[in-house]
Design a protein around this ligand. Structure first.
Ligand code: ATP
Ligand code: MG
Length: 801
C-alpha cells in the first residue's frame, strides 16, 4: 500500500501528510488557528484504519466539546466504510463516564450511578451543611464546592490535602462528608468522573494493562486546554515512555489556551514533550481558513502577548474583504445594524454572489464575550423574524434563572398561575418538600381551586411553610403597587431570594448578570426610547402578521389612549386594561415562543467566544468590543488575565473565513445600568491596513430608523411614553392614522383599502385601511372567520380576489 495513492492524503500539504502518516510514536502538532490540526487528527484516524494499522477499538480520541466529537464521527463515517461505533471518541468527561459504566463494580459504584450537575452538587452540599450544623457564613456552600472541585482537579482525596489551619481542616472534613454522602447515594459529580477513572487505572494493574494494550493510538485535540488531572489520566492510558504503550498525538495551539480559569495548564505541552521525549514535533504554517486581512489581524493582535511558543501562519488566499469596524451610539443600534448587514449578506448570497454574500444563515456567527450580551441581539433578530440559535447556553428568556424570575412576576400578576407557583414555591429552597407539594396538589384538586388558595388546607409544618410563601407573594404584590416595571423587578429580585441564592453558587455570577439584564429588558421595554427601540422593527409572525409586544392587546378595534395614571393602558373601546407588567410578561413569553429556530432550521449562530473554539464560519461578527467587556473587567488589571483575553480575541477573529465585523457601542445597558464604554484596547493592536471603519450615519439603518419609528408610533396606537418608566415625558397628540396611504413597492403594492384579498391562513377578507409606506406598510384586514388582523405587506402572502 503506497501512501501516495491514498485518496485520504489528497489535498493535504507536505507537513499535514507527514503528520497523518507518522509512525506509531508520541507526537505534538503545535500550530496556529485554521492550519488543519483537527483535520489532520481526523484524517490520521482514518488513515490508521485504512492501512490496517489499527481497528476501531484501538482508537481513543479526545475532543473539547460533544459537538466536536459528533462532527469527528460523522467525518470518519464519510471517509471509511467501517463502523465507527467501537471507537472511543468524546470529551474527557464523556469518555470517563463510558469507562466507569463499563467498570462500575471495580469503581465501587452502583450500576446505574447518576451524575450530579453543578446545581445538584450545591444542594447536596447545603443539605450536608444543615445536617452537620455547619456555619454557612463561615463556610459558604459555594466555597466548599469550589474547594472540593479544586482538590479533585489536582487529584487529591481528603486524606491527601494538607490543611494549613483549622478552617482548612473543616473544609477537608466537609469534603470527606460530601464524599461519603455521594457514595451512599450512588452519585458522582463531574470532577469525580475524572478522578475516579484516573484512580481506577492507577490502582488496578490488570485493568490498566488491558487498556494500555488496547488503545494503541491516543489522539487529543485542543491539548493546550487540558488540566493536571486530565493529563495524568492520559499518562495512565499511554504508560511510561519506555514500556511501549499507546502513542499520544497531542494537537494544540498555545495561543488558543482560554480555560486557565478552570485549571487548564498550557504547560502540559512542554511537560509532554519532556516526559515523553517527543521526537516528532510538527508545525503547520499554512492557514486554510481565512483571507489574509483576517489572518493578518489575528497575527498582529496576538504578537502583543509575551512568552509565546512562536508560530508563523500565512495564507495563499489573498487579502479578501477588509475587516469592517462599526461604532454604534447604542447597543441596540449595534444589534440593528448587524441585522441589516446580515439581511444584505443573505440577499447577496441568494443572488449567487459568492464573494459578498452568504448562502446560509448558519454561516453567520455572532460572538460575544459574556452571555448577558446576547439579549439585545436576540431581540433584534426576533424583531426581524430572523431564526437564530444560541449555542453553549440557552436563549435569554429560556434560561432557568430568567424563568424563575418571570414565574415570580407572573404570580404577582396572577396568584392562581399554578405553573409559576410550582416553579418557585421551593425555589430558592425554603424547606417545602415534594411531599408537601403533593398534599397541596391533592387539596387544590379536591377543593377545585388554585394552589395558592389551598395552602390553608395543608396541615402542620408543611402547611405553615406553604402559607408563608403565599403570604410573601401577597406582601410583594402589595409593595409593588404604584411602582414602575424596573422597580418591581428589582424589588422582586431582592425579596424573592433569587440573587442571594445565586450568589452562593459556583457559576452563579453569570446568572446574576442575566437577572440584572432582565431589569434592562424591562427598562428598554417601558421607557420611551427603549420601548421605541424594541419596536423599531415590527415583530412579524410566519403569516406576516405583526405581533405587537402583546399580540392579544394589539389595537385592532379601538385606539389605546393614555389614562391619567401613567401605569395603565386602556383600550378605549373595550375598557380593557393592561399593566406594563402584564404587557412585559406577554412580550417575554412571545420572545421565548415559536418564532425561534426549530431543530434543523437554518439559523444565525449565537455563542460566546469560549464556545466558538474550533469552529469556523463564512462571516463572523464580534460584538461589544469595549473596555470592560472585551477585555473583560475582571481580567483587565492583571497581566495574565489580559493575555488570556487577547488569546480569546485571537480565537474569535480566527473563526472567520471570508468576512469579519468588529463592533463597539458608545453606550450599553448592562447589569441594570447604562454604561459609557471606551472602545476596546484591542483595536489599537490591529493593523490599520486591514480595517475599514464604517460610520453609523452612512448606514442604511440610520437612514431607515426614524421613518420606522415614526411609522410605529403613528400607526399602532400604543403611545410609548405613556408607560411607567416614561411618565415624565410629554404625550404626543393622538395620532391620526393615514388612511389608504399608497404602498410604494413590494409584492403587495396593489393592496388598497376596500379590496377583497385572500390570505393563506385567514382566508378571504376585506382591506379596511392601509398604514405606513415601503417596508413598514401594513394593512388592516377584516377576515370574517378570524376577525380583524394587521398584516405587514412586505411579508404577508396575499392574492387579489
Ligand atoms: P483551530 O485552531 O481553529 O481548531 P485547526 O487547526 O483545527 O483550527 P481545521 O479546523 O482542521 O484547523 O482546518 C481549518 C479549515 O481548513 C477547515 O475548513 C479545513 O477543512 C481546511 N483545511 C485544512 N487543511 C486543508 C488543506 N490541505 N487543503 C484545503 N483545506 C484545508
Ligand atoms: Mg481545531
Amino acid at each position: 500500500f503506497s501512501p501516495d495513492t491514498s485518496p485520504l492524503l489528497q489535498g493535504l500539504n507536505n507537513e499535514q501528510a507527514a503528520a497523518v502518516t507518522l509512525p506509531q510514536a508520541h507526537a505534538l502538532i503545535l500550530a496556529g488557528a485554521g492550519s488543519g490540526k483537527t483535520r489532520v487528527l481526523t484524517t490520521r484516524i482514518a488513515w490508521l484504519m485504512q492501512t490496517g494499522q489499527v481497528s476501531p477499538g484501538g482508537i481513543l480520541a479526545v475532543t473539547f466539546t460533544n459537538k466536536a466529537a459528533k462532527e469527528m464521527l460523522t467525518r470518519l463515517s464519510a471517509m471509511l466504510p467501517v463502523s465507527v461505533r467501537g471507537m472511543w471518541v468524546g470529551t474527557f468527561h464523556g469518555l470517563c463516564n463510558r469507562f466507569l459504566r463499563a467498570h462500575w463494580k471495580l469503581a465501587n459504584l452502583p450500576q446505574s450511578f447518576q451524575i450530579l450537575d453543578t446545581q445538584d452538587q450545591l444542594s447536596a452540599i447545603k443539605r450536608l451543611s444543615k445536617q452537620f450544623n455547619v456555619d454557612d457564613e463561615r463556610f459558604p456552600p459555594k466555597e466548599t464546592m469550589r474547594f472540593i472541585a479544586g482538590c479533585k482537579e489536582d487529584g487529591l482525596r481528603p486524606k491527601d490535602v494538607v490543611a494549613r489551619d483549622p478552617d482548612d481542616r473543616k473544609r477537608v472534613e466537609l469534603y470527606e462528608l460530601y464524599e461519603a454522602q455521594c457514595q451512599r447515594e450512588g452519585v458522582v459529580d463531574f470532577g469525580e468522573l475524572m478522578l475516579r477513572s484516573y484512580e481506577l487505572l492507577r490502582d488496578n494493574d490488570p485493568l490498566r494493562e488491558h487498556y494500555r494494550r488496547r488503545f494503541q493510538h491516543i489522539l487529543v485535540d485542543e491539548f493546550q486546554d487540558t488540566n493536571k488531572l486530565q493529563y495524568a489520566w492520559l499518562k495512565q492510558l499511554a504508560g511510561p515512555v519506555d514500556q511501549g504503550g499507546g502513542a499520544i498525538l497531542a494537537v494544540g495551539d498555545d495561543d488558543q489556551s482560554i480555560y486557565a480559569f478552570r485549571g487548564a495548564r498550557v504547560g502540559n505541552m512542554a511537560d509532554f514533550v519532556r516526559e515523553y521525549n517527543v521526537m516528532h514535533q510538527i508545525k503547520l504554517e499554512q492557514n486554510y481558513r481565512s483571507f489574509s486581512n483576517i489572518l493578518d489581524s489575528a497575527n498582529h493582535l496576538i504578537s502583543h502577548n509575551k512568552g509565546r511558543l512562536g508560530k508563523n501562519l500565512h495564507t495563499t488566499q489573498g487579502a479578501g474583504e477588509p475587516v469592517r469596524v462599526y461604532e454604534s451610539p447604542t447597543d441596540f443600534a449595534e444589534a440593528q445594524w448587524m441585522v441589516e448587514e446580515m439581511k444584505q449578506l443573505l440577499r447577496d448570497g441568494q443572488n449567487g454572489d459568492g464573494t459578498n454574500g452568504v448562502q446560509h444563515r448558519s454561516e453567520i456567527a455572532v460572538l460575544y464575550r459574556s452571555n448577558a450580551q446576547s439579549r439585545v441581539i436576540e431581540t433584534a433578530l426576533f424583531n426581524a423574524a430572523m431564526p437564530y440559535r444560541v449555542y453553549g447556553g440557552l436563549r435569554f428568556f429560556e434560561r432557568a434563572e430568567i424563568k424563575h424570575a418571570l414565574a415570580y412576576l407572573r404570580l404577582l400578576e396572577n396568584p392562581r398561575d399554578d405553573t409559576s407557583f410550582m416553579r418557585v414555591v421551593n425555589f430558592p429552597p425554603r424547606g417545602i418538600g415534594a411531599r408537601s407539594i403533593e398534599q397541596l396538589q391533592d387539596a387544590s384538586r379536591a377543593m377545585g381551586c388554585a394552589m395558592s388558595d389551598a395552602v390553608t388546607a395543608v396541615a402542620g409544618k408543611a402547611g405553615a411553610n406553604l402559607s408563608a410563601f403565599v403570604a410573601k407573594i401577597d406582601v410583594l404584590r402589595e409593595q409593588t403597587q404604584g411602582q414602575n416595571l424596573r422597580q418591581i423587578i428589582e424589588l422582586l429580585l431582592d425579596h424573592s431570594g433569587l440573587i442571594t441564592h445565586y450568589q452562593a453558587e459556583r457559576e452563579g455570577q453569570d446568572r446574576i448578570e442575566n437577572l440584572q439584564e432582565l431589569v434592562n429588558a424591562a427598562e428598554s421595554f417601558v421607557t420611551q426610547e427603549g420601548f421605541g427601540r424594541d419596536a423599531v422593527a415590527l415583530p412579524i409572525d410566519e403569516h406576516g402578521q405583526p405581533l405587537a409586544t402583546d399580540a392579544t392587546a394589539m389595537p385592532s378595534e379601538g385606539e389605546l389612549t393614555r389614562q391619567a395614571a401613567p401605569q395603565t393602558m386602556i383600550n378605549a373601546d373595550t375598557g380593557e386594561t393592561l399593566s406594563p407588567l402584564a404587557a412585559f410578561l406577554t412580550h417575554a413569553a412571545l420572545e421565548s415562543g415559536d418564532n425561534q429556530a426549530q431543530a434543523g432550521q437554518d439559523a444565525i449562530q449565537l455563542m460566546t467566544v469560549h464556545a466558538s473554539k474550533g469552529l469556523e464560519f463564512d462571516c463572523v461578527f464580534i460584538t461589544g468590543m469595549e473596555e470592560g467587556l472585551f477585555p473583560h473587567e475582571n481580567s483587565m488589571n492583571d497581566f495574565d488575565g489580559l493575555e488570556e483575553e487577547r488569546r480569546l480575541m485571537y480565537v474569535a477573529i480566527t473563526r472567520a473565513r471570508k468576512r469579519l465585523y468588529l463592533s463597539h457601542s458608545q453606550t450599553r445597558m448592562l447589569h441594570g445600568q447604562t454604561r459609557y464604554n471606551l472602545k476596546s484596547r484591542f483595536f489599537e493592536e490591529l493593523p490599520e491596513h486591514t480595517m475599514k471603519w464604517i460610520t453609523p450615519a452612512r448606514s442604511a439603518f440610520a437612514d431607515a430608523m426614524p421613518s420606522r419609528r415614526d411609522a410605529w408610533q403613528n400607526n399602532n396606537g400604543w403611545q410609548n411614553n405613556a408607560w411607567g418608566g416614561g411618565a415624565a415625558t410629554a404625550v404626543a397628540p393622538k395620532p391620526v392614522p393615514q388612511r389608504a396611504a399608497p404602498v410604494t413597492s413590494g409584492p403587495n403594492a396593489w393592496v388598497r383599502s376596500g379590496v377583497q384579498v385572500f390570505h393563506t391562513k385567514f382566508g378571504e377578507g376585506a382591506v379596511i385601511s392601509i398604514e405606513g409606506v415601503g417596508d413598514d406598510a401594513r394593512a388592516q384586514v377584516n377576515f370574517p372567520r378570524h376577525g380583524t388582523k394587521w398584516l405587514a405587506l412586505s411579508v404577508a402572502k396575499l392574492t387579489q380576489v
